[in-house]
Design a protein around this ligand. Structure first.
Ligand SMILES: [Zn+2]
Length: 172
């Protein structure tokens, strides 16, 4: 399949060329390609799709983007994987150096437009979409992995239970 103009490989594009051409680029990434996301707790099976529509704004490349996909994260209640769907829209503009206010409501991204890293942007947006505390819906945790509350409290009165307060909150 011929590459659209400005696309040098799967991960980098020439954002200037894409902006002038009004290109739309779609990419799919699995967690193996996103080490920062892995570090943040994404497990095997996580994947992100991005769709980037390039345009010129103020003579600079701007991107209207959408990321969607499913992250597999560790539930902080039962410690089993929980699938967390994400669906985010974002608008960024490529700048040489960051300034206090960017016009048009775009989020400034300091980047070299000639080698704009699509994978980096996809990972960045996925990190922003990560829930602070991933959890199964109430009642959907793996019961086998849940310690029975009574025994746990009796057996280890001094044990650390970092998520106890969270659980109390969730049950309110
Ligand atoms: Zn759970």
């Amino acid at each position: 399949m011929p590459r659209p103009p400005g696309v040098s490989n799967d991960q980098q594009v020439d954002a200037d060329v894409c902006a002038r051409a009004g290109s739309t680029i779609e990419r799919h990434f699995s967690v193996e390609q996103l080490p920062r996301l892995q570090e943040a707790g994404a497990l095997d099976g996580s994947r992100i799709d991005v769709r980037l529509r390039f345009s010129l704004f103020d003579d600079r490349p701007a991107v209207d983007g959408k990321s969607s996909g499913t992250l597999s994260l560790r539930c902080q209640r039962c410690l089993q994987p929980v699938a967390v769907p994400i669906e985010e829209q974002f608008q960024v503009i490529l700048v040489q150096q960051e300034s206090a206010d960017e016009p048009g409501g775009y989020e400034p991204v300091v980047a070299d437009p000639a080698h704009f890293d699509v994978r980096w942007l996809a990972e960045e947006q996925a990190l922003l979409a990560l829930p602070l505390v991933p959890l199964h819906a109430v009642g959907e945790c793996e019961e086998a992995a849940m310690p029975p509350l009574g025994i746990e409290e009796g057996a280890s009165p001094g044990a650390q239970r970092p998520f106890r307060n969270l659980r109390d909150l969730l049950e309110k």
